[in-house]
Design a protein around this ligand. Sequence first.
Ligand SMILES: Nc1ncnc2c1ncn2[C@@H]1O[C@H](COP(=O)(O)OP(=O)(O)OP(=O)(O)O)[C@@H](O)[C@H]1O
Ligand SMILES: [Mg+2]
Length: 145
Amino acid sequence: MITRNESETIRLGKKLGELLPKGSLVALKGDLAGGKTTFTKGIGQALGVKEVINSPTFTILKIYNGSLPLYHIDAYRLENNDYDLGISEYEEEGIMVIEWPEFYENYLPDEYLEVRFEYIDDDTRDISFVPHGDKYLEIAKEMTC
Ligand SMILES: Nc1ncnc2c1ncn2[C@@H]1O[C@H](COP(=O)(O)OP(=O)(O)OP(=O)(O)O)[C@@H](O)[C@H]1O
Ligand SMILES: [Mg+2]
């Protein structure tokens, strides 16, 4: 999917947030400034999160209150993939979103929805959906129509 500004990416995130059942895991992969945090804001909107979703430099996990808890992880600072956050304890309870899953891949479960962000130009992003495991097949299909 091509988005041409920040609001379109938020809207796409909101669409996904409305489709995700409790216990979902979404891995946001791709370019710096690709729109991962922006997309997460949309997921937050779908869950009715009132707090502003951002990416503080040194916070790895932030929990937002919504109709379900939103666990927002930015694994960028884990860097070398050798730290287990123990996310499986949280995963079942709400919606989990991980930015930079590359730095956490040793601990990712088999099933998750990957969302890829490609920076095309200042305003344009190419966002695609790659299901890992059957659980996310239908949702990934719905996101592209
Ligand atoms: N189509 C678009 N979708 C999303 N963001 C866009 C778009 N066009 C421009 N932008 C701008 O790009 C930036 C995206 O930043 P954002 O923090 O969401 O990226 P990120 O992938 O989370 O970055 P990081 O890798 O640093 O975590 C914002 O400043 C936003 O305004
Ligand atoms: Mg970010």
